[in-house]
Write a protein that binds this ligand. Structure first.
Ligand SMILES: [Zn+2]
Length: 126
């Protein structure tokens, strides 16, 4: 299994532009995907922490996350996908920059981004 701090180590080196080759050397697709997913999780956690104090930095983490996603062709976990505005890449924080409405007749939770006004409709099950 890949430990959390191994992924952080890769991430730190990746910022310097050298860890992509380190990862490819492992040669196993499943492992690469696992590391990519873990990086996405780590980047999101950092971005979420930074978002209120430094949105620009947080958004750069989100764009890094998207690069990893497209480069390694991995999916973003739904807990993360549901929290990012698909239009302006803001992290949606209820009560801060997004309004949450429950449309129980449709079985939807609606997240309305107050930065760009776009809405995210999430299904929920009873
Ligand atoms: Zn938005």
């Amino acid at each position: 299994m890949v430990g959390k701090h191994i992924a952080v180590w890769h991430f730190k080196h990746w910022q310097g532009g050298s860890s992509v080759s380190v990862i490819v050397m492992h040669g196993r697709k499943a492992l690469i995907e696992e590391i990519a997913k873990e990086r996405i999780e780590i980047l999101f956690d950092i971005a979420e922490r930074e978002f209120i104090s430094n949105q620009k930095l947080a958004k750069s983490y989100i764009s890094m996350m998207n690069k990893i996603r497209t480069h390694y062709r991995v999916g973003i976990p739904s807990r993360i996908k549901n929290r990012i505005c698909s239009n302006c890449s803001s992290i949606l924080i209820p009560g801060y920059n997004c309004k949450v409405t429950i449309a129980s007749s449709k079985g939807h939770i609606i997240y309305k981004c107050s930065v760009c006004g776009s809405e995210k409709h999430l299904h929920y099950r009873k």
